[in-house]
Design a protein around this ligand. Sequence first.
Ligand code: BEZ
Ligand code: FE
Length: 286
Amino acid sequence: MRNITEHNITDAVIGRFENCADPRLKEVLTSLVRHLHGFVRETGLTEAEWMQGIEFLTATGHITDAKRQEFILLSDTLGVSMLTVAQNHSKPAGATEATVFGPFHVASAPCFDNGADISGGAPGAPLFVDCTIRGSDGAGVADATVDVWQCDQDGFYDVQYKDNDAHRARGVLHSDAHGRLRFRSVLPVAYPIPTDGPVGQLLVATGRHPWRPAHVHFKIQAPGFETLITHVFRAGDPYLDSDVVFGVRASLIADFVAHSAGTGPHAREIEGRYHTLAFAFVLQPG
Ligand code: BEZ
Ligand code: FE
């Protein structure tokens, strides 16, 4: 085809996918081209603006490495991550809702016994978590694999410390025979997502704040159930209604109850103030 115009170029590009052997790939790329071309037409995009977009994506690639995933930040802050979670994990009433995965999960986190201290020395006030993992019939899910990760009192995940390779405030645990899971960690705080890259510049340019409300991440896997990727958010956090990545669900907000020094869970003496969190997860069959 010659003499391509602004009016027929979309069909011309889509026509080149004619021999694509993978029908889903063909469907996704066809839609992507239609929407990309629609965006260029709707905005009357100039060549200079498109080059600015390409430079932005190039910078996003350059800052991305094994520890820093700027493309996930971009997807999260544009609401694409939460949209895919919402449309792929709409849960029946009663099942715990899912939310974004985020860029700070580590596949090789250390394993701990039920009841252990997973803080690894991360700075922060002690937090004692006591949760149950049940199916929708109310029966406890034994031996569920539970991945936990969170920030410390300064709002940083262990992987964000340049001079640190130790795992802190993260770990993998297993629920007991009744579906109960307990561990000690530190109180998470609200934190800004990393702003020293192109996504941070985009937030500034669009007048947005970079904050996430305080939360603990959970990934819960058990045979016969859909894997649940979610957070528990701290009630009262000022950013619950303006999470920069749109991840908050009312059903995931819980009280992190403050206690003064004294005898804490596990009959241990705690020197300073500490917090407790109780949460009941309900898994969906899958
Ligand atoms: C997080 O909760 O770890 C997170 C999620 C999205 C972007 C940045 C951080
Ligand atoms: Fe987080």
